[in-house]
Design a protein. Structure first.
Length: 212
């Protein structure tokens, strides 16, 4: 299965992508994680993207599509993959198609803005491996410490309230049109984001036609 996850920032796409990835044994390709790693390492791409990411704006299409194309060409993507964080515009969606990056379904997780703002204020991200947690819905075993690698958990600048509002404005203006784009292609499926991860996963699995 070749799947795109859509929805506003903070809708739970990354969490659901991890769950689907384990269930179907296909990799999640998160451009956010790739770009954050580049920023942390100070690579040329990272330096170029840093200011844009922190302001909640969109990274240039040529950078995004190049990263994705290289990633889906790897052997572990032969049986499918999950795209999380790309495409973010209809131009990117067109570029993906032109690059031969196939998609079977575009799955949208629908969550109201006010719920997202509350969620993101409680999100914590590992400064080492970029794993994400939430102080209420998905807390680490030890406060402030990553379960996976022991790194310190921090609040990313793009999870700050003022940046969240800006990111939502960008989403509605530039990314939300993707819903109509994939609906026109008969590939859009929308599920309502539930209060718990487990309840949302149940709806996602139903939409994908797989058992939990």
């Amino acid at each position: 299965m070749k799947l795109i996850l859509l929805g506003a920032p903070g809708a739970g796409k990354g969490t659901q992508a991890d769950i689907i990835s384990r269930k179907l044994e296909i990799p999640t390709i998160s451009t956010g994680n790739i770009l954050r790693a580049a920023v942390r390492e100070g690579t040329p791409v990272g330096l170029k993207a840093k200011a844009i990411i922190e302001a909640g704006q969109l990274v240039p299409d040529d950078v995004i599509i190049g990263i994705v194309a290289e990633r889906v060409a790897k052997d572990d993507c032969k049986n499918g993959y999950i795209l999380d964080g790309v495409p973010r515009t209809t131009a990117q969606a067109d570029a993906l198609e032109q690059s031969g990056i196939a998609v079977d379904m575009a799955l949208c997780i629908d969550v109201p803005d006010e719920v997202i703002e509350k969620r993101m204020s409680g999100r914590r991200t590992c400064s080492v491996c970029s794993a994400t947690y939430h102080v209420e819905s998905n807390p680490p075993k030890k406060e402030g410490v990553c379960d996976a690698c022991g790194g310190a958990l921090t609040i990313r600048k793009d999870d700050m309230p003022e940046t969240v509002k800006n990111r939502l404005e960008v989403y509605h203006a530039q990314t939300e049109p993707l819903l109509a784009y994939y609906e026109a292609r008969g590939k859009l499926v929308t599920v309502k984001g539930e209060p718990t991860i487990e309840a949302t996963s149940q709806k996602v699995f139903e939409a994908l036609g797989i058992s939990q």
